[in-house]
Design a protein around this ligand. Structure first.
Ligand code: IMP
Ligand code: MG
Length: 174
């Protein structure tokens, strides 16, 4: 059972380059810290970081989060399983996420990071599924809005697999 292609590698690459250009324009001459939310955003974050031009000074940090609840529906109770290794106080932070689904994970994480006193806090998300939103989350840099389908590839998994697909695909139930 192989996934049906939703967004090709070329389509994703073109959009990620546009997002990199937007970040470069908005932060020209400044320093930003990209905080990639593991594991899902590792591919997007790697490509996005390289799409930001050298007029911006870029640092990269990682966090891991786990959401309690069953495997398909997040509960909104989020546990940070691996935290930042450096302070973000006074820094311009861009949180990098794979997908905003119910929005509960990002709502929690944005609030958590805000308490640490960053100079600014923005969100870059590759995907957004507005049909499933349970709490509003402002996405400053959005790749694609998608329908309510379960997507895999380009970092996103199903039971930890398929993250390595170079495209975004939809898993058909069978
Ligand atoms: P939420 O916005 O709190 O509901 O959760 C978002 C998280 O759920 C994402 O970071 C993904 O890890 C996971 N997720 C949501 N939808 C999908 C999907 O279609 N494919 C793979 N993971 C997903
Ligand atoms: Mg995730």
């Amino acid at each position: 059972m192989s996934p049906t292609i939703l967004l090709t590698a070329d389509t994703i690459a073109a959009r990620v380059h546009e997002l990199g250009r937007e970040i470069s324009e908005r932060h020209r001459g400044e320093s930003v810290v990209l905080v990639a939310v593991l594991k899902g955003s590792f591919v997007f974050a790697a490509d996005l970081a390289r799409a930001i031009d050298d007029s911006v000074t870029v640092e990269v940090e990682f966090m891991s989060v786990r959401s309690y609840g069953d495997s398909t529906e997040t509960s909104g109770v989020v546990q940070i399983t691996s935290d930042l290794t450096r302070s973000i106080e006074g820094k311009r932070v861009i949180l990098v996420e794979d997908i905003v689904d119910t929005g509960l994970t990002m709502a929690y994480l944005l609030e958590n990071l805000r308490t640490r006193g960053p100079a600014s806090l923005e969100l870059a998300s590759l995907l957004h599924k507005p049909a499933r939103a349970r709490t509003p989350v402002h996405i400053d840099y959005l790749g694609f809005t998608i329908d309510d389908v379960f997507v895999v590839g380009y970092g996103l998994d199903h039971a930890q697999r398929l993250r390595n697909l170079p495209y975004l695909g939809v898993l058909e139930e069978s």
